[in-house]
Design a protein around this ligand. Structure first.
Ligand code: DSN
Length: 420
């Protein structure tokens, strides 16, 4: 086998990779709440020879020979995950958050049985019961809503929905909820209807790991997450649980819903969990929250309304129902000045999911670049001005220039002096 440099072996892919490095580094401020930038050591593990091996099964109990070093990295990943989240058991094999949710729902609820989850447009996720997804197709989902007045999940509303649905499992955890997830409240509801409680902490796992958010354990029985959002790790999924569910959790992944684990990803998850154990990561997570508050203040300063009036975590959700633009238009206006965000439904949104009345913004990626409250407040003001004055080319050009200056001042992978 001849080894060639990628630039020589496949110039087309090489060019695309270089373009993407350039896009991430110098083209735009990354404000999609679910995205982040991993440190080089995570990239190194992902691009390693661990990709060459089948390792079906679990450490010490594989279906293939030659897994000594795969056992080692998977055990490191599992131990580090348990320590970070106060869990008894960790399964680090899920390829994504959705496959983790598929395995858990299949094994712990069973086809056709009842589950209670959040409405998608109120902050839930497709895999929490939406009818275009496996979850809505295979299980009998009931839903709970955000309270119209407080724009938060209130115990009385969730309790009423739970009594009506009488579910075997309740799912808590959201993709577009800017407030603290109240696991304790959901436990009280789950106990009342004798349901298993599963939390999907994909968005907030970095905050949880750093002690910057209420902890899901001991309130929840099972916790699923992705490993690449606020926790700033290798792309993938993970399941955490109490000891009593460990065996069933493992069976839900292999052999039930997956075959061979992606061992290069698991090695990279282990590396990212090591990063999250460092004291600097606690500072990073606290800064994410401070930055989100500063962003919210900047947006409000320019007269934009935020769902629930602010944020407790890493994101804000702008409500554009009183403005002249939709979420889709807002996303496009921001992209024109180099700010990457996503349109997002707001609770009780009159627009379709492809149009929406909201824009979701997050601070994990810009915090990784080293930005602080002053920068996020300024960015919030720019976003406010842009969305309030969509036709003003003077404002547009000024913002475009300022975004370039900010990108230049906070290098990412190239010539970066920032340790992350
Ligand atoms: N795609 C993720 C998000 O943006 O929230 C959820 O899977």
């Amino acid at each position: 086998m001849k080894h060639r440099d990628l630039s020589e072996a496949d110039p087309e892919v090489y060019e695309a990779l270089n373009n993407e490095i350039e896009r991430q580094e110098s083209d735009s401020l990354e404000m999609i709440a679910s995205e982040n930038f991993v440190p080089r050591q995570v990239l190194q593990a992902q691009g390693s020879v661990m990709t060459n091996k089948y390792a079906e099964g679990y450490p010490g109990n594989r279906y293939y020979a030659g897994c000594e070093y795969h056992d080692r990295v998977e055990n490191l990943a599992r131990e580090r995950a348990c320590e970070l989240f106060g869990a008894d058991h960790a399964n680090v094999q899920p390829h994504s958050g959705s496959t983790a949710n598929f395995g858990i729902l299949s094994k712990f609820v069973g086809k056709g049985n009842k589950v209670l989850g959040p409405v998608l447009s109120h902050g839930g996720h497709l895999s929490h019961g939406h009818d275009v997804n496996f979850s809505g197709d295979l299980f009998d989902f009931g839903t709970y809503c955000i309270n119209r007045d407080t724009e938060r999940f209130e115990k009385a509303d969730v309790m009423e929905a739970a009594r009506e649905a009488d579910p075997e499992m309740i799912i808590t955890g959201f993709s577009a909820y800017p407030r603290e997830f109240d696991f304790e409240m959901f436990r009280e509801v789950a106990d009342e209807v004798d349901a298993t409680l599963m939390a999907d902490i994909a968005h907030i796992s970095g905050l949880v790991a750093a002690g910057e958010h209420q902890q899901p354990f001991p309130h929840c029985d099972i916790v699923t997450t992705t490993t690449h959002k606020s926790i700033r790790g290798a792309r993938g999924g993970m399941i955490l649980s109490k000891e009593e569910h460990a065996e069933k959790v493992d069976k839900s992944v292999f052999p039930y819903s997956q075959g061979g684990p992606l061992m290069h990803q698991i090695a990279a998850k282990a590396v990212s969990f090591r990063e999250a154990q460092r004291p600097e990561f606690d500072d990073y997570a606290a800064q994410i929250k401070r930055n989100a508050k500063a962003l919210a203040e900047g947006l409000q300063e320019k007269g934009l309304r935020l769902v629930s009036g602010g944020t407790d975590n890493h994101m804000v959700l702008i409500d554009l129902r009183d403005e002249e633009i939709t979420g889709k238009k807002g996303e496009a206006l921001l992209e024109e000045i180099g700010i990457v965000s996503n349109k997002n439904s707001v609770p009780y949104d009159p627009e379709s999911p492809m149009v929406t009345s909201g824009v979701r913004l997050g601070t994990p990626a810009l915090t990784t670049r080293g930005m602080k409250e002053t920068h996020l407040r300024e960015i919030g003001e720019m976003i406010g001005e842009r969305l309030k004055n969509p036709e003003d080319t003077g404002i547009k050009n000024r913002h475009d220039e300022r975004v370039s200056e900010l990108l230049e001042s906070f290098p990412l992978y190239r010539n970066s002096e920032v340790e992350y």
